[in-house]
Ligand binder design. Structure first.
Ligand code: GDP
Length: 440
């Protein structure tokens, strides 16, 4: 996420970081570099300029030049300003309606239908809601099919009316259906066009007026950079929407949209989409995003994700095994499976402070564990339970069975031993120490 921007900002701040004493010339030079980094990330010129002016003003106001660690203070000022620029506090959606009506808007291909499914899933699982999805794209039958597929994936009912070509009537009928069936959130997916046009705007404005949604969300593809900001402005002028959903942040986006949108339309980014799967949705936290942009990782989100996937019973079992020195490869495998459920590997690694930079340019595919799994599957149950039995002839057999080299099998054993050791350490109250190590 935002690799290029992170790298450039890091470089810009690097000059100041190592110095005990900084001159005004250094600060000016750094501001120029930061501005350039923002412009390269597709942040609008005016915003980039205002940003660096503010940072500079604060830096001078706080006497950065005379503090003991001027670099650290500068990083903090940049972080705070970046957080403010992206909206300050996280804002979730308003669910006070009965039912709550959520209207999706945005261009075709922005990720509206996918996000409707993700949101339904999120509300159902995390907020204990009973959502209904409503298909209001009357132009593309495939769009209705797509919403049905998404609804099925997340186990949420989809209301559609294929013979009807009046989206306002369908939206109203959908809400009525929800009231009759006890659904307390109605998510209305609408038709988008490839570009902003009057007919689409009139249509969405009409639906908006008719259903009076608690939440009108504007969905936009982060990869479209400055265009994302312009489209947001066009939709906001007509709908005065409540929040922005930034999708495809898992891709190679430059980050400009995330940084600029709030200050252009003065509406918060409420969620981000980080993948095609239904679980790839996150509440947008400006401060955590600023941390990530500045290469500080995002330990809070990482821990949250770990907690979400945390299986208490499984953990207890493993704990017992560790205590009895009986942690085996089957447990190792189940740990890997839990990690995989937390999300895309590169994304996860990027949340560890300092890792984003270290991983730059390295391709981590989602199947990073594929080979490890293959090797473990080539072991006999007895070998998995008793890894110490793995002598060289057994290793040779495992290598042949899994199509990997002996070195890789040895490497796996080493990783396994390290992990066992680490888990022992965590059990002995070392968990806190590890967290501290990660944050420093
Ligand atoms: P709509 O036309 O606005 O309804 O857009 P869709 O929901 O059909 O999404 C368009 C394409 O973008 C589909 O191929 C989705 O799988 C993909 N997509 C949506 N959200 C994300 C995301 O957060 N990350 C990635 N990588 N792809 C996404």
């Amino acid at each position: 996420m935002f690799d290029n921007l992170s790298e450039k900002l890091d470089k810009a701040l690097h000059v100041l970081k190592g110095r005990g004493q900084i001159t005004e010339i250094n600060v000016a030079e750094t501001m120029k570099e930061i501005r350039r980094a923002l412009l390269d990330a597709d942040v609008n010129f005016k915003i980039a300029k205002e940003f660096t002016n503010k940072v500079k003003e604060k830096a001078l106001g706080q006497n950065v030049l005379t503090t003991l660690q001027p670099g650290q203070l500068m990083v903090k000022i940049v972080k705070d300003e970046l957080t403010q620029l992206m909206g300050g506090e996280a804002e979730e959606i308003d669910l006070s309606g009965n039912p709550t009506v959520v209207l999706m808007s945005g261009l075709q291909g922005s990720g509206k239908t996918t996000f409707s499914g993700k949101l339904a899933n999120y509300l159902k699982k995390k907020k204990n809601k009973k959502p209904l999805l409503v298909a209001c794209d009357v132009y593309r039958p495939a769009a209705i099919d797509q919403l049905h597929i998404v609804g099925e994936q997340v186990g949420v009912e989809v209301y559609s009316d294929r013979g009807n070509n009046d989206p306002v009537a369908i939206a109203k009928a959908g809400i009525k259906h929800a009231k009759e069936n006890g659904q307390n959130v109605v998510i209305i997916d609408t038709a988008g066009r490839l570009a902003v046009d009057e007919q689409m705007m009139t249509e969405i404005a009409n639906i908006h007026k008719a259903v009076e949604p608690q939440e009108t969300l504007f969905v936009v593809d982060a990869m479209t950079g400055q265009d994302a900001v312009n489209t947001a402005k066009a939709f906001n002028d007509v709908l005065n929407f409540d929040g922005v959903i930034l999708t495809k942040l898992d891709g190679d986006t430059r980050g400009g949209a995330a940084i600029s949108i709030k200050s252009v339309v003065d509406k918060p980014i409420k969620f981000i989409g980080t993948g095609e799967k239904m679980e790839a949705i996150d509440v947008f936290h400006p401060s955590r995003m600023a941390d990530r942009i500045l290469g500080m990782g995002d330990v809070v989100s990482l821990v949250e994700r770990a907690q979400e996937q945390f299986d208490e019973e499984q953990a207890r079992k493993i704990q017992k095994k560790i205590a009895k020195n009986r942690f085996g490869f089957d447990d190792f495998l189940s740990q890997i499976q839990q990690i995989k459920k937390m999300g895309n590997m590169k994304d996860l690694m990027g949340m560890i402070p300092g890792m984003g930079k270290a991983l730059k340019g390295i391709d981590i595919d989602d199947d990073a564990f594929k080979h490890i799994e293959a090797m473990i599957h080539s072991m006999t149950p007895d070998e998995r339970a008793n890894p110490s039995k793995l002598n060289s002839s057994r290793k040779k057999r495992i290598a042949a069975g899994s199509g990997r080299s002996i070195q890789e099998v040895n490497q796996l054993l080493k990783q396994f031993n390290q992990m066992s050791k680490m888990m022992k350490m965590m059990q002995g109250g070392g968990g806190k120490k590890m967290m501290q190590m990660m944050q420093n």
